[in-house]
Design a protein around this ligand. Structure first.
Ligand SMILES: C[S@@+](CC[C@H](N)C(=O)[O-])C[C@H]1O[C@@H](n2cnc3c(N)ncnc32)[C@H](O)[C@@H]1O
Length: 258
């Protein structure tokens, strides 16, 4: 039930809020879709530093934040001392009493290769009729960024990195939800080009924050040149006059436990 986050999910919790607070800022419409009611019991799965956990709590719900990274949970507890946070793995967490809803922003694609295990854990955590409301990366998410990354690695004589994310198509994820015991009430699949305002060094900064684990096996003297090349390759698609733009594609859904 508890686990140490594997390397792809090792986060820099300290810089997460200051540099990448846009992740939770984009969660506002998802909180509206969740529509938390006073007194409801809700899990925030992959809660990170707890910004949206606190937002949902402010609507009167009782929220448990769960995250695989102990660094994230430590920061969440420090920022929001009155709220409940625990370290847990989305693929096999259990709860003592079923919840009214499970909410998840920008986290399910990190729980990657075992989506059915996540869906099954979420189902077990819900009362019948309970809601599963989430947003994650969808098929094609960050395609230009990841293509630049793979090419740069290859050009530097490195084995192409094994990317840690799971970005399903809407049809695939809806099928998994239905097979996993949910009725899909809403499913949206859309482009959301996202300004990387906090990334003066463009795609290279994004790689350091979100794909930093891929740099772990790279010889130190190659890193700068590798990231410079990622920027050169990604720039035609992602650099605008106003700054860098990530090519995010989102899958947002609301499903109900049968
Ligand atoms: C991009 S952050 C999003 C955090 C937060 N939901 C927000 O909107 O700011 C993704 C989070 O998923 C967590 N995560 C990744 N894999 C996980 C797993 N298997 N189980 C639980 N949490 C996981 C990471 O530790 C990270 O905090």
């Amino acid at each position: 039930m508890r686990y140490d986050a594997p390397s792809p999910t090792r986060w820099n919790a300290r810089s997460y809020d200051s540099s990448f607070g846009y992740v939770s800022a984009h969660g506002a419409p998802l909180v509206e879709l969740l529509d938390p009611q006073p007194g409801e019991r809700i899990v925030d799965l992959g809660c990170g530093t707890g910004v949206l956990t606190a937002e949902i709590t402010s609507r009167g719900a009782r929220v448990l934040g769960i995250d695989g990274s102990s660094a994230m949970i430590e920061k969440a507890l420090a920022q929001y001392p009155g709220l409940d946070f625990i370290v847990g793995d989305g693929r096999d967490f259990t709860v003592a009493q079923p919840y009214d809803a499970v909410f998840s922003n920008a986290a399910l694609h990190w729980m990657g290769r075992e989506p059915d295990a996540v869906i099954s854990s979420v189902r077990e955590a819900l009362t019948p009729g309970g809601r599963f409301v989430a947003e994650m990366g969808g098929a094609g998410n960050c395609a230009a960024l990841t293509a630049a990354l793979s090419t740069a690695w290859r050009e530097h004589g490195l084995r192409e990195p094994d990317l840690p994310w799971y970005f399903p198509t809407p049809a695939e994820y809806a099928t998994r939800l239905e097979k996993g015991g949910f009725v899909v009430r809403l499913l949206e699949y859309f482009d959301r080009p996202t300004p990387l305002d906090e990334c003066p060094n463009g795609a290279a900064d994004w790689v350091r924050m979100f794909a930093g684990s891929l740099l772990q096996g790279v010889p130190a003297d190659l890193v700068e040149s590798l990231l410079r090349r990622v920027n050169e390759l990604a720039a035609p698609a992602l650099r605008r006059e106003t700054g860098w733009m990530a090519d995010y594609v989102r899958l947002r859904f609301a499903a109900v436990r049968r």
